[in-house]
Design a protein around this ligand. Structure first.
Ligand code: NAD
Length: 377
């Protein structure tokens, strides 16, 4: 089968869906891999490395005109115009974007959104949300350390003692756990909050302190348990008590990394403007939920500006929306392996055409469009 790998064109996108490592494996499976010239350059993968892996370097129209197109981000209108009806698309296609899915259906594509894979053991090797969130959590801390004008570790020097930075992590999913581990390696003192009670043990095992907000009603406990490992919106009564506890920790913090998300909904506001005002000058907030607040504005902090770093009330607020793209080589390496693993389900060795085995729960969950219709809004 012809597999096309175009250069990503979304602003700031540096990742690539196939690396020389995975191209070699696809070629060994009997596929013709066509990579757009320069597609991997921002992720440290040269055209020569793809050629050495057995791929062909082609122009944009050829890469997008393949039977199977592998991408990182959903295609824009110009890209859709170069794709052929009946082709298959695999990528992070934003399953909650109704208009985006309608455009894919309108272009006659069979499309698979990898973000929609279930959070099961079998799907772990193709879990793009996890592979990329892990990188986001790491980079958020590295970025905070870079912006913060003090040390992270406690230092005892001849010139006196420097206190360790206090880092508060809000939301302890994949990104939050990696943020705790990374901040710990740098010597910070860590406190973390999440709605899900199962997280407490994980925070403690990484050397952080869990900000306990006990559940007082059956409704609160049930919401906290979530669905399929994901959070559900918490009752206001619990959120009010969480706010009080978080506010105390944020006021004392040097760095806040917020990662709290609820799939398909606006990110909850956890750091209010008053809390920002209470922080010490020079403190840093890295809001991984940037651009995911109500109406696509703000994040876990309403003062966050997506794609920008701003200083408000003396606090530096970083609203970077694509942290994995800032670690392009490893983000691509992990993403490309996720894609390769997914292809085993729909594009077995030597297959002449993509298959859509709907009895496979991962395939069924990821299928977004087929035959001109949106299958899973
Ligand atoms: P996510 O990106 O959807 O959300 C980040 C975190 O924010 C979550 O931990 C969520 O509980 C938290 N959050 C939401 N509202 C909050 C609030 N008001 N206050 C504080 N925190 C809030 O989460 P994710 O990283 O995708 O992970 C979700 C879960 O899925 C985790 O338990 C993770 O370990 C699990 N997971 C399982 C598998 C698997 O079994 N294969 C794979 C990956 C992740």
């Amino acid at each position: 089968m012809q597999i096309g790998v175009p250069l990503e064109t979304a602003a700031g996108e540096t990742r690539v869906a196939v690396t020389p490592e995975t191209a070699k494996k696809l070629v060994a499976q009997g596929h013709a891999v066509r990579v757009q010239a320069g597609a991997g350059v921002a992720a440290s993968a040269t055209d020569a490395a793809y050629e050495a892996a057995g791929a062909q370097i082609v122009d944009r129209a050829t890469a997008l005109g393949a039977d199977l197109v592998l991408k990182v981000r959903k295609p824009g209108a110009d890209e859709l115009g170069l794709m052929k009806a009946g082709a298959t698309l695999v990528g992070m296609l934003d399953p909650f974007d109704k208009d985006g899915l309608a455009a894919l259906a309108g272009a006659g594509l069979t499309s698979f959104a990898l973000e929609a894979a279930p959070r099961t053991t079998r799907a772990q090797s193709m879990d793009v949300l996890s592979s990329q969130a892990n990188i986001a959590g790491y980079k958020a801390v590295i970025m905070a350390a870079d912006r913060y004008q003090k040390f992270f570790p406690m230092l005892m020097t001849a010139a006196g003692t420097v206190k360790a930075a206090r880092v508060v992590i809000l939301g302890v999913g994949v990104a939050g756990l990696q943020a705790i581990a990374t901040a710990k390696r740098l010597g910070a003192v860590i406190e973390a909050s999440d709605v899900r009670p199962s997280v407490k043990e994980q925070v403690e095992s990484l050397g952080g302190k869990f900000i306990d907000v006990p559940y007082e009603t059956a409704e609160e406990k049930e919401a906290a348990e979530g669905v399929g490992g994901y959070a559900r919106p918490m009752p206001q009564s619990w959120l009010d008590r969480q706010k009080v506890e978080v506010a105390k920790r944020v006021a004392a913090a040097d760095v806040v990394i917020s990662t709290a998300l609820i799939p398909g909904r606006a990110a909850p506001v956890l750091i209010t403007e008053d809390m920002v005002k209470s922080m010490k000058p020079g403190s840093v907030i890295i809001d991984i939920a940037a651009g995911k607040g109500a109406g696509g504005v703000g994040g876990n902090c309403p003062l966050t500006e997506a794609g920008k770093t701003v200083t408000r009330h003396g606090v530096v607020i970083v609203g970077e929306t694509n942290l994995p793209a800032l670690v392009a080589a490893d983000a691509s390496a992990l993403y490309a392996r996720n894609v390769l693993d997914f292809l085993k389900l729909v594009c077995p060795k030597d297959a002449a055409a993509v298959q859509v085995p709907m009895d496979d729960d991962i395939v069924a969950a990821c299928l977004m469009t087929q035959g001109g219709e949106v299958k899973r809004p």
